[in-house]
Design a binder for this molecule. Sequence first.
Ligand SMILES: Nc1ncnc2c1ncn2[C@@H]1O[C@H](COP(=O)(O)OP(=O)(O)OP(=O)(O)O)[C@@H](O)[C@H]1O
Length: 245
Amino acid sequence: MTELLAVRGVSKRFGRVVTATDVSFSVAAGEVLGVVGPNGAGKSTMLDLVNGTQRPDAGQVLLDGHDVTSLDAAARGRRGVGRTYQIPRPFGGLTVFENVLVGSTFAGRHRGKEAHRAAVDAIEVAGLGDLLNTRAGGLRLLDRKRLELARALATRPRLVLLDEIAGGLTEAELPALMDVVRRLREAGLGVVWIEHIVHALLEVVDRLMCLAMGEVVAIGDPHEVMRSPAVVEVYLGSIPEGDAR
Ligand SMILES: Nc1ncnc2c1ncn2[C@@H]1O[C@H](COP(=O)(O)OP(=O)(O)OP(=O)(O)O)[C@@H](O)[C@H]1O
């Protein structure tokens, strides 16, 4: 597998709050890396550092072996990085299609007919094909999550950063989103997926990373990571694999 993303020795602090200390990991094309960790561990900040919303104080972010640390989010978007946000904020008065079209033109990645096609494709992949002309304001949570995903996919990214796309969904709704992530992997995308619903991650991801207080506690085989003493300690020994919501 090709190394699509490499994060090397990245550190970041906001005043006294340390959100990343010498964090290193990589993601290959066609690989899903899950990320777990307690609230405030620095997970979302790590996505900010990868997509360029934040710059690290030290360390490097590489895409396809090229150092993109100094590039902003728009430039990284043009190089194939897409991202969802924990709290989707769609334009409620616009339709699903119109919202995703805005995403597909992000950073000037697509224009005209190509933007149109990219939006339709992303909506299909996210499973919203039947709701193309529905106003986003009226969508149920699962479909708002799908819309957030479609918006991120509409730039045709090669690396997708998912921030709690399953949060708040019912057990019955989870498989639909898990299938979408599997399809992204099959299409050869690299995926970084932050999620508190550990059993969903364990069913899908290839590798798992646990962050705590901005440090990598463990990374590797998902089940081994969840069983490792250091990770169990992070969760105070109270996170059974089958029921970690
Ligand atoms: N722009 C910022 N300015 C100041 N502090 C910040 C900023 N962004 C994040 N932080 C702080 O960094 C720490 C890590 O936050 P982050 O959102 O990355 O954690 P997280 O692991 O994603 O948490 P959660 O699981 O609750 O989403 C928190 O203490 C947060 O308050």
